[in-house]
Design a protein around this ligand. Structure first.
Ligand SMILES: Cc1cc2nc3c(=O)[nH]c(=O)nc-3n(C[C@H](O)[C@H](O)[C@H](O)COP(=O)(O)OP(=O)(O)OC[C@H]3O[C@@H](n4cnc5c(N)ncnc54)[C@H](O)[C@@H]3O)c2cc1C
Length: 480
């Protein structure tokens, strides 16, 4: 297995692109979201030669707009899909204990027993959290890694989430799941780990045409056309998969979050879990983030038509999230207090279901009639398993002599640890420099939107932009 530097930057990119036409790669991966970088990491760690093409930046697509939870699979149990629930709990266990314990922490989630939550919803929540704990035990996740659920008093509930309405509050049920420091950070860290094993991670290169023996592509920085040869090709472009393979029909579903100041909710130390009006299986979550913000989500809306570069939240979705949250708060949060909003598109495979909420979240790994492999759907939580299956299939299709997957016991690099503590005031000079020298950032947006999450709030973006521009320009000229 090749061991290289994990650092990604414009100089490494240029050198790798200059030589890419010389070789026939074992695996060519298209898409630099969590699925694609997971595939590149799996393949490189098996000793295969790998390149990944990303049309824009790492984590440009859905992977940065998630709820940032490493799920135990409870939602799948609610739909009777026990196998997917178990898989999710198993992958959560691996991520929290072996692969990325430095990027994930346990997060308490409180279902408040208050007038906004009916007796039926409370009972369903208690049963569901109990079943979730069975999944935890079956995956052998210890109580130290994830404490079991417990009933809490009204006093404890208010201590965890001070903004809760105390009138009619009879405590609640507290359960635990994994929370990523940041979803884009998981992508960048996995990409750096793949690069440390020799994978060529090439951003701003768009694949235009895929076939069994490679792809033609366009380098957005030089305008050059590239023809890349490979023994196997894997399409991991998420919601855009259908643009490269007409045999796939993706049915995107939009999920929106709003961003609030944690102070407006009294600085919660646990997440709030609030059932949708009249539902016992769908929830709105208010999730505290390390940056002094809380994100509140999420919605599930059919998003037909051409896939946008970046999805836009609607006023109706924002109003729905506020209305659901306000049902359990002492003081309602007003629209003016919403600091930002973001939306991501779930890459669901069209099954003809009436509503996107009814479509299975299970992933798809299949070979295309055109001779390459598609890997699509699933969750951030299950990316490793999806990647393993995709590389197994690509090895069969491409006749590769690949070793078994190693990623279940492979820890992601922690050399970028300093980037995990971006202060609410914005990144430091050293962090911006690191983003450019070691994490492949090339533009101000890369730094503000994907190496840090300052860009989630427009006012913060405007404040930080001039400083980031200056440091970025200096660091890029130093690398040239
Ligand atoms: C609102 C929301 C909340 C979610 N919350 C969670 C959660 O809490 N926990 C969890 O486990 N999962 C969650 N998910 C699911 C998870 O986010 C997705 O399953 C996952 O991020 C999909 O990753 P991906 O790599 O397949 O797609 P993407 O992240 O979209 O990556 C695809 C990439 O392909 C690139 N691309 C497209 N076309 C080309 C081309 N022609 N050439 C080169 N590159 C190309 C794009 O630029 C993009 O970067 C959530 C999803 C949504 C929408």
């Amino acid at each position: 297995m090749t061991v290289c530097s994990p650092d990604l930057n414009v100089a490494r990119r240029a050198a790798e692109l200059a030589r890419i036409a010389e070789d026939t790669l074992d695996v060519l991966v298209i898409g630099g979201g969590i699925t694609g970088v997971g595939v590149a990491l799996d393949a490189a760690s098996r000793g295969l030669s790998v390149a990944l093409l990303e049309a824009d930046d790492l984590a440009f697509g859905t992977s940065r707009f998630s709820s940032k939870l490493v799920h135990g699979g409870l939602r799948y149990l609610a739909t009777g899909d026990v196998a997917t629930a178990r898989e999710s709990a198993h992958e959560r266990h691996l991520l929290m204990t072996v692969i990325a314990p430095h990027l994930i922490r346990p997060l308490g989630q409180l279902l408040p027993f208050t007038h906004g939550v009916t007796a039926r919803q409370r009972a369903a929540g208690v049963v569901g959290m109990g079943m979730g704990d069975l999944l935890r035990m079956r995956a052998r996740t210890t109580r130290t890694t994830l404490p079991p659920p417990r009933l809490v008093s009204a006093r404890t509930a208010r201590a965890l989430v001070p903004a809760l309405d105390r009138r009619g509050l009879h405590g609640g049920m507290l359960s635990f799941d994994g929370q990523l420091i940041d979803d884009a950070r998981l992508v960048v860290t996995a990409a750096r780990t793949a690069a440390s094993l020799g994978a060529r991670i090439l951003t701003r290169v768009r694949a235009q045409d895929l076939h069994a023996e490679g792809a033609s592509a366009h380098d957005a920085l030089t305008g050059e056309r590239l023809d890349i040869r490979a023994r196997s090709v894997i399409n991991a472009t998420g919601v855009w998969a259908g643009t490269l393979d007409e045999s796939i029909t993706v049915r995107p579903s939009r999920g929106t979050h709003i961003v609030l100041d944690a102070a407006d909710l009294g600085g919660p130390s646990a997440a709030l879990t609030i059932p949708h009006h009249g539902s016992i299986s769908r929830y709105v979550f208010a999730l505290p983030q390390q940056s002094g913000r809380v994100i509140v989500g999420l919605t599930d809306e059919d998003a037909p038509g051409p896939v946008p570069r970046i999805a836009t939240p609607t006023g109706g979705e924002i109003a729905f999230l506020l209305e659901t949250l306000n049902r359990v708060l002492a003081e309602p949060i007003r629209l003016e207090q919403v600091r930002g909003a973001f939306a991501g598109l779930r890459p669901l495979v069209d099954t003809g279901a009436d509503s996107t909420a009814d479509i299975s979240r299970r992933h798809l790994v299949a070979d295309s009639p055109a001779g390459f492999v598609n890997v699509l759907g699933g969750k951030l939580t299950t990316y490793r398993r999806m990647a393993e299956e995709a590389v197994d299939l690509a090895s069969r299709v491409g006749g590769l002599d690949a070793a078994p997957s190693r990623t279940a016991s492979l820890r992601l690099t922690d050399t970028g640890r300093a980037m995990s503590d971006t202060a609410p005031g914005g990144p430091s000079r050293a962090q911006v420099e690191f983003a450019v020298r070691a994490e492949g950032a090339m533009t101000v947006d890369d730094v503000l939107d994907r190496r840090t999450r300052i860009g989630l709030v427009d006012a913060d973006r405007l404040r930080m932009q001039p400083l980031v521009e200056t440091i970025l320009a200096e660091t890029l000229s130093d690398l040239a």
